[in-house]
Design a protein around this ligand. Structure first.
Ligand code: FAD
Length: 370
């Protein structure tokens, strides 16, 4: 849907240029385009489904309350329980009535997002990397795109937009790595299998998940640039594969890997008509490392705020963006504690105890924005 007024007489090529065509960038682009803005999205990958850096599991809230509820059914698979394994591989089944996650055919989802942007009139430029931008009166000159009133960095954990525009950069990360096993099937495919292990996944967990086209198996650990260690995903799979119902003798397909922000929103999230969103802004839960829902919500809010400002003289979108960023105060405290006090024995000893079960169900199933 295109509406005239915003474009006329602006002297800019675009109302907004967005860098990154993943969850945050797509949400921002569609929200702005629906309100009649001229939107350009730069995405460095030629195929948005290529070189993925996410497991792509979508929480129920995002599956029901965002545009992601229109994802074609064949791209998703419902997961209704979590099986949590202590380091000893004792396990407990967690569930919350009515709650679910969606495992996804993530390459297909990313291509669907690109098509959906185009259907909304977004000028999506695939294979076009953002390199630099200069400040001009009331906007930005973006290399490879032209002039824009607003520049949005939805370009992930190592945001180039943040660096070039003098915005805050994410400094603390987990590192996640995952193998895909196309065509294979877990013994219990309706559960997400999560493994606590200080040895293989210090600072986070490992996981096995069924998606519509196969199995994903991965782990994430605290990333320490001064003391980087190569995650032992093969050792991890040898240890947990049987317990988690992974078929034997599989050869992995593509690998997904990337940094996951884990210290909450960046210090300077927006200023001077440049705004960060999603991972670029550090908007990822420091506990669950889930970022898709938060990226979508924040990107959408930023797109709406830019449209409201450009069209109706609404409040400065920079302020709206800062205000809308979840602070994750409780989750940051939990992250601090887990980084320093993670031991295997309490999980081995207490996995079936009501307090641990309660805490785990809170982490997996409660609303994710505190
Ligand atoms: C291994 C792993 C597993 C994860 N699993 C989950 C999960 O199951 N569920 C969940 O909720 N969260 C998960 N996360 C976190 C989640 O994937 C991210 O929080 C989410 O993808 C953030 O979306 P985004 O749009 O902000 O950024 P991203 O998804 O990182 O997308 C950034 C986009 O910007 C593009 N880009 C980067 N630089 C440039 C440039 N210079 N020019 C043009 N384009 C550029 C990239 O190609 C990319 O398309 C996982 C993360 C990792 C690393």
């Amino acid at each position: 849907m295109q509406v005239n007024s915003a474009k006329e007489g602006s002297g800019f090529d675009f109302d907004v240029v967005i860098v990154g065509a993943s969850f945050a960038g797509t949400a921002c682009a569609i929200a702005a385009a629906q309100r009649g803005l001229r939107v350009c999205v730069l995405e460095r990958k030629r195929d948005p489904g290529d070189k993925l850096r996410t497991t792509g599991i979508i929480v129920k809230e995002a599956a029901e309350h965002t545009l992601l509820h229109r994802l074609p059914a064949h791209m998703t698979r419902r997961i209704e329980a979590v099986h949590l394994y202590a380091p000893s591989l004792k396990q407990v089944a967690l569930a919350a009535p009515g709650y679910y996650f969606l495992g996804t055919d993530t390459p297909a989802v990313m291509r669907w997002l690109a098509e959906t942007m185009r259907a909304h009139g977004v000028d999506l430029r695939l294979g076009c990397a953002f390199t630099d931008a200069e400040r001009i009166a009331h906007g930005w000159q973006v290399h490879g795109a032209g002039t824009a009133r607003y520049l949005v960095g939805a370009d992930g954990a190592r945001s180039r937009v943040a660096r070039r525009c003098g915005l805050g950069e994410v400094r603390q990360f987990l590192y996640g790595i995952e193998y895909e096993f196309p065509g294979s099937r877990l013994a219990m495919p309706d559960a997400l299998h999560c493994f606590i292990s200080k040895r293989y996944a210090p600072g986070y967990i490992g996981w096995l998940a069924q998606n519509p086209t196969g199995v994903q198996a991965g782990l994430a650990l605290r990333h320490d640039p001064a003391n980087a260690r190569v995650p032992d995903i093969d050792g991890f799979l040898l240890r947990v594969g049987m317990a988690g119902g992974l078929p034997r003798h599989l050869s992995p397909g593509p690998t997904r890997a990337g940094l996951i922000p884990c210290s909450g929103p960046v210090s300077v999230l927006a200023r001077d008509r440049a705004i960060l969103t999603g991972d670029a802004a550090g908007i990822v839960s420091p506990v669950t490392a889930g970022g898709i829902h938060a990226a979508w919500d924040h990107g959408w809010t930023v797109g709406r705020a830019i449209a409201s400002h450009v069209r109706d003289n609404g409040p400065p979108p920079e302020l709206v963006a800062i205000d809308a960023a979840p602070r994750f105060r409780t989750k940051k405290a939990l992250r601090w504690a887990y980084d320093r006090l993670q031991f295997d024995w309490p999980f081995d000893l207490l996995l079936h105890s009501p307090p641990l079960r309660w805490a785990a169900e809170k982490v997996y199933f409660h609303k994710r924005r505190c």
